[in-house]
Design a protein around this ligand. Structure first.
Ligand SMILES: Nc1ncnc2c1ncn2[C@@H]1O[C@H](COP(=O)(O)OP(=O)(O)OP(=O)(O)O)[C@@H](O)[C@H]1O
Ligand SMILES: [Mg+2]
Length: 528
């Protein structure tokens, strides 16, 4: 007989023992364990992410200060270490005040862009400190920063390490040095990485950055010493997009409660007017009345239940859409120029859609296509994705832009497409999502989430492209058909002349004249 299993379970931890194990987790501890969430899951991607975070910051800083960006990027392999690189990114931006350097480079979730709604490349306050943390974790080296906030005078040199347990910076070295004849910032990070040219490389990221930012000058030196220079093509900064306040229709309960607690306004009515966009005094009073809350109530005293009624009242109130001057598109002309600089195509077309709104956030979609010419045929179309002018190279499958291209019925536009996949054609598609708050799927900012409003706008832009492509393809097909027929007829014209001569017995000269005339008539009727 089989032995009966014991019903007693071995002793495990009790509540007290479990309680003793509880500990706060700092954000940097969390992200050092989950570095894949920030784009540092393998050495190749880590190298790209580091370049990307530093360059995006430099471009943001220059544009915000109204300076034409001149960016220098150098990647050097560490001597004797195949797996180690030094990334050096320098800009001609406004520089960083000395007191902020430590926290910017040595503290996660610290930045100037998170608490405002402005179309920037960065938004989370985590990018460059995460790159520094990755470098420190893999090589033990600090981040080196040079910052100069005016054209003359010395620059500050600092070395910063991040205490991951506390998410606090430590400045390990600082001194004044003489550097450059102008203000700017230089960041130097040593990290474990892998360099490979091609699809997911820093080279490709910089090439696409130059394409979507034709105002920028970039100097790049890769680990093999090869140099690339992209001079500014426009010589002009794009319009400075305005910062906006949140739109009430995009707000969730938790955020509303936080805003009520943090506001500087003393009365509910003025809180609604001052802390949101599109709320006039009349609308604010209407919302208070609907919610059944006294208009002069102190925002900080509003309880959770009341906040819920307030949110319901906001949802029931008709409001104007958020202002749309907070978005600076790349523009159809620049997209076309970018596409043409990238490939030799027969046909190019670009469209900038009107701004639209998702969850109270304005956004705008742009699309471009290059078709035919020297683009290899019989292959899946190539898609270039951009968010706020930043090329997105990874996580293509998780991105609403890729999904929208795959879900569109390209056959309607005479383009081959295996079911639910990328169209197969000599085609390069460019998509750009611009918004003061891009809904990324994760902190690594490589894929845009599928909000229905965003998806719809992308599809509309793609359909516009599809229609133009169909017209071009029809024309192309007509002219092909015509030239096929023409060749056919041309081949027979001499035989017709000969046959007529045989029947009518006219001289050779007459036959030649007739053949010539027939050819001319054919020339005249030729179209396309
Ligand atoms: N080269 C630079 N010149 C001037 N200021 C800079 C520079 N690099 C970073 N900063 C400042 O440091 C802050 C933190 O940068 P960080 O990359 O960590 O976050 P972010 O750019 O705000 O957002 P994200 O995490 O999305 O990149 C920025 O908000 C910016 O104010
Ligand atoms: Mg950044």
């Amino acid at each position: 007989m089989a032995k009966k299993a014991s019903t007693k379970t071995p002793k495990r931890a009790n509540a007290q023992e479990l309680g003793a194990q509880q500990r706060e987790i700092s954000v940097s501890e969390f992200f050092s364990k989950n570095r894949h969430l920030l784009g540092f899951d393998n050495p190749k991607r880590a190298l790209l992410t580091t370049v990307k975070e530093a360059v995006d910051n430099s471009l943001d800083a220059c544009e915000e200060a109204g300076i034409m960006p001149e960016i220098s990027v150098e990647i050097q392999q560490v001597k004797g270490r195949e797996d180690r690189f030094v990334v050096k990114v320098a800009d001609n931006g406004p520089g960083i005040v000395k007191e902020q350097v430590g926290r910017i480079f040595g503290k996660l979730l610290y930045g100037s862009k998170f608490h405002r709604l402005k179309m920037n490349r960065g938004q989370q306050g985590i990018g460059i400190s995460a790159a520094g943390m990755y470098g420190q974790l893999t090589t033990g080296k600090p981040v080196e920063i040079i910052s100069k906030t005016s054209d003359d005078g010395p620059a500050e040199y600092m070395e910063v390490v991040l205490d991951t347990r506390l998410n606090e910076p430590k400045i390990t070295k600082e001194r004044q040095i003489s550097w450059n004849g102008h203000a700017g910032t230089e960041v130097r990070i040593e990290l474990e990485g892998h360099y490979q040219r091609g699809k997911w490389s820093p080279d490709e990221y910089l090439r696409q950055t130059a394409m979507a930012n034709p105002h920028v000058s970039i100097y790049y030196r890769d680990p093999d010493g090869r140099e690339l220079r992209c001079e500014s093509a426009t010589g002009m900064l794009p319009d400075d997009p305005k910062a906006i306040k949140p739109h009430p229709h995009g707000i969730e309960l938790g955020i509303l409660i936080n805003m009520l607690h943090q506001t500087g306004s003393k009365k509910l009515k003025s809180f609604l007017q001052n802390d949101f966009c599109r709320v006039s005094e009349r609308v604010a009073l209407q919302i208070c009345e609907r919610a059944g809350i006294y208009e002069n109530a102190r925002p900080k005293r509003i309880a959770r239940q009341e906040a819920e009624s307030l949110l319901d009242a906001i949802k029931d109130t008709k409001l104007m859409n958020p202002p749309l001057d907070c978005i600076a598109p790349i523009g159809e002309e620049q997209i076309l120029a970018g596409l043409r600089s990238n490939v030799e195509a027969e046909f190019c077309f670009a469209v900038t859609r009107k701004p639209s709104v998702y969850r109270g956030n304005p956004f705008l979609i742009e699309a471009g296509v290059a078709y035919g010419g020297k683009i290899p045929p019989d292959r899946s179309a190539k898609l270039m994705r951009f968010a706020n002018r930043v090329p997105l190279l990874y996580q293509s499958g998780a991105c609403v832009m890729t999904r929208s291209v795959q879900q569109m019925n390209w056959k309607l536009y005479k383009i081959d497409q295996p079911q639910g996949a990328m169209p197969v054609a000599p085609m390069l598609i460019l998509l750009h999502v611009a918004s003061p708050w891009v809904p990324f799927t994760s902190e690594s900012k490589e894929a845009v989430a599928s909000y229905p409003e965003v998806e719809k706008e992308i599809t509309l832009a793609l359909q516009e492209i599809g229609r133009k492509l169909r017209i071009f393809r029809n024309k192309q097909q007509r002219s092909k058909e015509e030239s096929r027929k023409r060749k056919y007829i041309e081949r027979y014209i001499p035989h017709i002349g000969q046959a007529l001569q045989n029947i009518l017995e006219f001289p050779d000269a007459e036959r030649e004249r007739l053949t010539e005339q027939l050819t001319r008539t054919l020339e005249k009727t030729r179209t396309g």
